[in-house]
Write a protein that binds this ligand. Structure first.
Ligand code: NDP
Ligand code: PYR
Ligand code: MG
Length: 563
């Protein structure tokens, strides 16, 4: 099975049930009469010959008949494992309706209940007990075409914590978006789950759990395991892109720092999130009529996403003329122990560089536990921007948001945590508490909010606006490494596409049904940045556009030739 990207005729030696069993080759009822003759399919398929349009309609009808989104998710996962062309045709044609099923929020439940619906193998489980076999497992020729890998160890799945082997659902979901949003050929994608155990007692106690039933390994054992994984990947796929997804905060930053100069790799939660937050913020400040260097940013959540966002925004402020110290002083990071500030508490790790000085917060009010909480940060820092990446529903409480709205005309408020149940606030509350003045971006999709005689659109601010385009860029120019400047380019490209540029009442980012156009525009700018930095092959703009376009696979049935 070697389907080439968009090649017109596909050659295969498979026939009968073996052909139908290949999700990338299966056409179900759409095999033509001639193909049924050539590939011994008569009798296996019902006699009526259908086409992709009929099949999309039929599947959509069934999908809509289910009572719950989890059933819909499960149905779509089954379809993906049965007929990938149909899965992607359905997904792309109905992306607004289906994205929240294959991705956030429903993918969260898909990971939590992964063992319940496990049917067929997709992707690779590299488990700790199999650590000596990694090379052999990866040597399988069916991975020869792999160019984009998403790997998770399942420890911080969205805002839902440790899901162990269920984290495979997130690697699968992210790669589905690479194909649906950027047209990256499904045969060139590989989801991987590093099964290093789980500390989720519910999973460990569940007799159905499909993962390695063991507490998580940590320390040197974990480091050696990941090192072995990266060495195997670098050797087997020297030209592939490796995306780290949903690793717990400290591991995420450390692994990125360790490997980013060794292979073509990035961490989506740190860098992809930073780029989408920066792009949405640039669009928002255009509406609010202020400049980037004037912003004061409170980040609730100081882990992978929080420090990633702070890092990229500090760089953007420095590009706009501030010194590093000036830029950093405009950030107020809050973690589970309150404001990150010297003199109050131990401050370590990545977040330490954004810690406020003891003098700056000397007369701020402490709570009973000796912490500075959000309300006091808002009272004293007078933020223009409030971003949530804490996984804590309700963290943006009414008192803090109302106070912020008293201090700034257009509060920019991004509760980015996923899934929906973990959002720091609901858009309806934010609109009500700010009398409709807030510029809102959310991690998961929310419907527009009625306010007076209008409907306020709610912008989805999710790294899905970034990573598919980054992947396309890497493939287009054979990028060797991925720089932070490439993510800045992605954020800026996204901001340029903002519908709010022309209409201040419009959404800050394009709707999800334009994610394909977004990925192509992002890819172009990211690839150009890679070229500028000498990290990718150089070519003219026209050729670059063509290279990107040539990579985009469309889910249509192609004719087959038997070999
Ligand atoms: N919209 C998007 O595209 C994206 C959204 N996200 C979302 O962001 C969230 C966090 O992801 P990530 O940064 O990777 O996770 P991490 O585990 O790395 O970080 C979580 C942070 O939240 C802090 N936190 C926990 N509880 C509280 C609390 N009660 N008040 C304030 N802070 C708290 C933690 O504090 P401490 O360090 O003290 O434990 C930590 O700093 C997830 O829900 C995820 O879905 C992530 C990536 C992309
Ligand atoms: C979107 C994403 O990557 C997350 O919530 O972790
Ligand atoms: Mg993630």
């Amino acid at each position: 099975m070697n389907p080439k990207t968009n090649s017109t005729v596909i050659e295969t030696a498979l026939s009968g049930v073996d052909l139908i069993a290949q999700p990338l080759l299966n056409k179900g009822t759409a095999f033509t009469e001639a193909e049924r003759d050539a590939f011994a399919l008569h009798g296996i398929l019902p006699p009526s010959i259908g086409n992709l349009d009929d099949q999309v309609r039929r599947r959509l009808t069934v999908l809509r008949s289910f009572a719950t989104n989890f059933e819909r998710y499960s149905f779509l996962r089954d379809l993906q494992d049965t007929n990938e062309t149909l899965f992607y045709a359905l997904l792309i044609r109905h992306i607004e309706e289906l994205l929240p099923l294959v991705y956030t929020p429903t993918v969260g439940e898909g990971c939590q209940r992964f063992s319940e619906i496990w049917r067929r193998p997709r992707g690779l489980f590299l488990s700790y007990p199999n650590r000596h076999r990694m090379r052999d497992i990866l040597a399988d020729p069916r991975f020869d075409q792999v160019r984009v890998i998403v790997v998770s160890d399942g420890e911080r799945i969205l805002g839902l914590g440790d899901q162990g082997a269920g984290g495979m659902g997130i690697s699968i979901g992210k790669l589905s978006l690479y194909t649906a949003c950027a047209g990256i050929h499904p045969a060139s994608t590989l989801p991987i789950l590093l099964d290093v155990g789980t500390n989720n007692q519910e999973r460990l106690d569940n007799p159905l759990y499909v993962g390695w039933r063991n507490p998580r390994i940590s320390g040197e054992d974990y480091e050696a395991f990941v090192e072995e994984f990266v060495s195997c990947i670098a050797e087997r796929f020297p030209n592939a892109l490796l995306q780290w997804e949903d690793f717990a905060g400290a591991n995420a930053g450390r692994l990125l720092a360790r490997y980013r100069d060794r292979l073509c790799t990035f961490n989506d939660d740190i860098q992809g999130t930073a780029a989408v937050a920066a792009g949405t913020l640039m669009a928002a400040i255009r509406v609010s009529g202020s400049s980037l260097t004037e912003q004061r940013v409170v980040l609730v959540g100081a882990g992978a996403a929080g420090t990633g966002i702070a890092g990229l925004l500090v760089q953007a402020m420095m590009d706009a003329g501030l010194s590093q110290g000036e830029a950093r002083s405009r950030f107020y990071l809050i973690d589970s122990k309150g404001l990150v500030a010297h003199g109050l508490r131990p401050v370590e790790g990545e977040r330490a560089q954004y810690a406020q000085s003891a003098e700056a917060v000397a007369d701020w009010q402490l709570d009973q536990a000796g912490r500075i909480e959000l309300l006091d940060v808002v009272r004293n820092a007078r933020p223009s921007v409030l971003i949530g990446v804490s996984g804590q529903a309700g963290a943006f409480h009414q008192a803090a948001v109302r106070m912020m709205a008293e201090q700034v005309a257009r509060p920019i408020i991004f509760p980015l945590s996923n899934p929906t149940s973990r959002s720091e606030a609901t858009p309806a509350d934010l609109v009500a508490w700010t009398e409709g003045r807030a510029l809102i971006g959310t991690g998961s999709p929310f419907p527009p909010v009625p306010f007076g005689d209008r409907l306020i659109p709610i912008t989805q601010t999710n790294n899905s606006y970034i990573f598919p385009g980054v992947g396309l860029a890497v493939l287009a120019v054979h990028a060797r490494r991925i720089s932070d400047a490439m993510f800045m380019a992605a954020g800026r490209a996204l901001a340029e596409l903002s519908p709010a540029r022309n209409d201040s009442h419009a959404a800050l980012l394009p709707p999800v049904d334009q994610l394909r156009e977004v990925a192509i525009a992002v890819a172009f700018e990211v690839a150009r940045q890679a070229q500028t930095e000498g990290l990718g092959e150089t070519c003219g703009d026209e050729e670059l556009r063509q290279r990107i376009q040539d990579l985009v696979w469309e889910p249509v049935y192609r004719p087959y030739r038997r070999v």
